[in-house]
Write a new protein. Structure first.
Length: 71
């Protein structure tokens, strides 16, 4: 009988750990879906303009390469 109680406790503990890890992983998505970012309850992710410029330059270079390869 004790063996079933131990198995049940281990299962519950594993389930709690799994749910906690899933909540931690999906927390930013949950915040945005619930609209908490718009209300100011959470920090909004900021994108630096330097990163955006780098992405734009890479996209331009790739477009040029694709144009050159097309017959």
């Amino acid at each position: 009988m004790k063996r079933k109680k131990v198995r049940g406790a281990v299962f519950v503990l594993a389930l709690l750990l799994f749910c906690g890890a899933a909540l931690w992983f999906f927390w930013p998505e949950l915040m945005s879906r619930l609209g908490w970012r718009e209300k100011g309850l959470g920090p909004a992710p900021s994108r630096s303009t330097a990163d955006e410029k780098i992405f734009e330059e890479d996209r331009r270079k790739l477009n040029e390469l694709l144009k050159k390869r097309q017959p």
